[in-house]
Design a protein around this ligand. Structure first.
Ligand code: RAT
Ligand code: ZN
Length: 422
């Protein structure tokens, strides 16, 4: 056992460990550079993040269509003027842009839009990936990989599966099933077009062909899990194509191939379609559907994140009951300092170290920097409170023990969950 830590050193040690620990970012929308333009990066992408589009549209007197007709540079300028010049940029998404620029060594005090654009011109992407991974201290970033996306599919089939290019091992795949599970009417004709013997009716032949589709893509992508974003009114059991596909196709394959199923629940898709990606909302789900999955499929593994704040306590309580359930992250509208603080404290109190505290959801490479910078500060602050409470009982702690805990909480628990026998 190493040296015990004294109370005066606690803040310093915890902060150092949290900053030093390399994370597995279990959910992002980033891509290995091999996927070309699918990987977004640079100042204009950073500032036109859909979180910022939603905030800008609250101020500007501009028809939505006009915004979408603008060039990326014009959109970026509009967002900059509206949110950073005419207002103080303290929303989390605005602050994130500034943290990122600052950590890249740019001077935000100058408010020099053109110099931020200029910084990225002509940069080598591979070098920039290294720089961002180093600044954010990331070990692995789990992507979101959609086999129904033509551009992405092409790269998997023609470049990765053929061995023409190898994936950078820092990027891990997640097989995303939104089209298959949420739009069966769209999915089955496409599966048919790719040579799978499916029909609209979910009979035995179709079920086994959908299983084959999943097995084949698991072999190609080697995903860490199979994910789907589900609406707040998602229900199981239920008489619907989605419920049938989950129970008859996804769960058996997930179990056999040890690729957990990751329902991400609570979206109200497109409550304002004019905002495109920024147009989704949130709703509370019935946690009974998660209970149904965990208790009826005890040999299956579930990695779960829920969007509504109101569902967070229930999710942590359910994770106490089901060891096949691993809750992760403060997703999307929850990825704000006050909520991360609240949810992180509650999870540590109910689950100890057996959860994954955060993921970035980064859509733009550069966002890894701020999302992890901001989350790390909060995680460290909450952990200091928790360790101080422990020390107040007379418990003795070492730095190695803190490091062990933090590694688990910042992603190691995912790899451990995959190794487990249920
Ligand atoms: O956080 C986001 O950027 C959302 O638009 C979604 O991508 C969400 O995270 C998802 O994975 O569906
Ligand atoms: Zn996401």
């Amino acid at each position: 056992m190493g040296q015990p830590i004294c109370l005066e050193d606690l803040v310093g040690v915890v902060n150092e460990v949290v900053q030093d620990t390399k994370v597995t970012d279990v959910h992002t929308h980033l891509y290995d550079p091999v996927f070309g333009d699918l990987l977004l990066w640079g100042f204009e992408e950073l500032i036109t993040y859909h979180y910022l589009i939603a905030e800008t549209m609250r101020w500007v007197d501009l028809p939505y269509e006009r915004y979408w007709q603008m060039s990326k540079a014009e959109q970026a300028k509009l967002i900059w003027e509206t949110l950073f010049v005419q207002n103080s940029p303290y929303s989390e998404a605005c602050r994130g842009v500034l943290t990122t620029l600052q950590r890249l060594g740019l001077d935000v005090a100058r408010r020099d839009f053109e110099s931020y654009q200029e910084y990225f011109r002509g940069r080598s992407l591979t070098e920039y990936v290294d720089q961002v991974f180093a600044l954010a201290n990331i070990k692995y970033a789990v992507m979101t990989n959609d086999p129904f996306n033509e551009a992405e599919r092409k790269v998997w089939l023609e470049t990765v599966a053929t061995g023409e290019a190898e994936l950078d091992e820092r990027f891990r795949a997640a097989l995303r099933l939104d089209v298959l599970l949420n739009s069966w009417d769209v999915a089955w004709p496409r599966l048919q077009g790719w040579g799978y013997g499916v029909t609209e009716k979910l009979d035995d032949a179709t079920i086994s062909e959908v299983q084959r589709f999943l097995q084949e893509w698991i072999k190609i992508m080697e995903p860490v899990y199979m994910a789907v974003s589900l609406p707040y009114d998602f229900k199981l059991p239920e008489d619907s194509p989605r419920a049938k596909l989950i129970e008859a196709c996804v769960l058996p394959v997930s179990r056999e191939m040890n690729v957990p199923f990751a329902p991400m629940v609570g979206v109200r898709r497109q409550i304002n379609p004019h905002l495109q990606d920024a147009g989704d909302g949130v709703g509370k789900m019935d946690i009974g559907s998660i209970e149904y999955l965990c208790s009826n499929f005890p040999k299956n593994k579930f990695v779960v994140t829920l969007l509504s704040r109101e569902n967070q306590h229930e999710l942590a309580v359910f994770a106490r009951k089901f060891r096949n359930l691993l809750p992760f992250g403060c997703w999307w509208f929850l990825n704000n300092p006050s909520l991360i603080h609240e949810i992180t404290s509650m999870r540590l109190e109910l689950l100890g170290t057996s959860t994954i505290l955060q993921h970035s959801d980064a859509r733009v490479l550069d966002q890894l920097i701020y999302k992890w910078d901001h989350s790390r500060d909060i995680i460290a602050a909450v952990l200091v409170e928790k360790y101080a409470d422990l020390m107040a009982t007379g418990w003795v702690l070492t730095e190695d023990e803190i490091r062990r805990d933090v590694e688990k909480l910042m992603g190691e628990n995912l790899w451990d969950f995959l190794r487990r026998e249920l």
